[in-house]
Design a protein around this ligand. Structure first.
Ligand SMILES: C[S@@+](CC[C@H](N)C(=O)[O-])C[C@H]1O[C@@H](n2cnc3c(N)ncnc32)[C@H](O)[C@@H]1O
Length: 140
């Protein structure tokens, strides 16, 4: 699990209890991290949407492509169009299948997308959208 915040990772580690030992914990900025591992599944809920600059979005997808093995899956979720425009007081970018496809390029195919209404601890409703892409480029 990767996060720029050590505190966020500590919170997740605590919630996982004994299972935390099975996770590789990485404190890093996803836009500058040089992957030392590869994975079959990339899961992002509400991280990409904080990257408002195009250069940071492109850097995020460079990391994703350097980390994901050919044939792997990428699940990317964030606030949906029509949903909140800020998260924790910070501006966010609402992505959809087209904007993600544009950043991922032709080597990735959208498999499925689903909307979810997320309830915050205070009871507010937030429109989320999950996108599942597959790396479908031919391997050599
Ligand atoms: C709204 S929280 C979502 C946390 C978790 N993914 C979840 O679904 O509960 C956003 C997280 O993105 C992390 N984050 C923001 N910018 C980041 C970056 N450039 N690199 C890595 N993590 C980042 C924050 O530290 C925070 O933990």
């Amino acid at each position: 699990m990767l996060d720029i915040s050590e505190a966020a990772l500590a919170h997740a580690r605590k919630r996982l209890g004994q299972n935390a030992k099975r996770v590789k914990w990485i404190t890093a900025d996803v836009t500058t991290w040089a992957p030392e591992i590869t994975v079959d599944f990339w899961h992002d809920r509400a991280v990409l949407h904080f990257l408002t600059a195009r250069a940071d979005q492109e850097a995020y997808f460079r990391t994703l492509k350097n980390t994901l093995r050919p044939g792997g899956w990428a699940m990317i979720a964030g606030f949906a169009p029509g949903g909140p425009t800020e998260c924790s007081g910070l501006p966010i970018v609402q992505h959809d299948a087209d904007s993600l496809q544009n950043l991922l390029g032709d080597d990735f195919t959208l498999i499925e997308q689903r909307d979810e209404t997320h309830r915050t601890p205070s009871g507010a409703k937030q429109a989320f959208r999950y996108h599942l892409f597959r790396h479908t480029a031919q391997t050599q």
